[in-house]
Design a protein around this ligand. Structure first.
Ligand code: SF4
Ligand code: SF4
Length: 185
């Protein structure tokens, strides 16, 4: 009988201690500063490498970087990039039209990896919901920005197609070029 009373008392004390602990935790949180962030009034800054809305950037000279090489559309696993190439007034190849269907895009970033001119870049912008799914199809005019994005100083045309400065075959690891006419039958 004495043992039963003792174990009942122990259970009561244990229960009371548990209750006191939970109330103490509640009280502590009651006086803490709330950490709730009100969206969209407060937009949390996203890390610079967040993969969100895609843009087409420009070189420092203001020209379009995209040369319509189709590499991004070839790399895209869901086929949501399409374009048509043309020659611009300055003789540069560019996209006559360029289209991305953001309703299909999975923001994998493979197109950005594939782009040789750093034209196509994913940005941290993620809030561009639409009521109509057709509005997710972005045309070149909506994609093209007037800056260089993550690589403001990169100028593709300053490097591409520029001669190395030394004659062919003059490098220590390079053979002399062969005159194909000399080996004709
Ligand atoms: S992020 Fe991925 S899915 Fe979206 S356009 Fe680029 S390659 Fe395609
Ligand atoms: S965005 Fe880049 S990869 Fe895509 S077509 Fe233009 S230059 Fe080529």
């Amino acid at each position: 009988m004495a043992d039963e009373k003792q174990s009942l008392l122990g259970a009561v004390i244990e229960g009371a201690a548990g209750l006191a602990g939970s109330y103490a935790a509640t009280l502590t949180h009651l006086f803490r500063k709330p950490v709730t962030e009100q969206y969209p009034e407060y937009k949390r800054p996203m890390p610079a490498r967040t993969r969100g809305r895609i843009i087409l950037t420009r070189s420092p000279d203001g020209n379009e970087r995209c040369v319509a090489c189709y590499l991004c559309s070839g790399a895209c696993p869901v086929n949501c990039i399409s374009m048509q190439s043309e020659e611009g007034e300055n003789g540069r190849r560019r996209a006559a039209w360029f289209r991305i269907n953001f309703a299909r895009c999975i923001y994998c970033g493979l197109c950005e990896e594939a782009c040789p001119t750093l034209a196509l870049q994913l940005t941290p912008e993620f809030a561009f919901c639409k009521d109509d799914i057709a509005d997710f199809v972005y045309e070149k005019e909506q994609l093209l920005v007037d800056h260089g994005g993550k690589h403001p100083d990169y100028d593709f045309y300053a490097h591409a197609g520029v001669a190395a400065g030394t004659p062919k075959g003059s490098h220590i690891d390079e053979d002399e070029p062969v005159d194909v006419k000399s080996i004709m039958p």
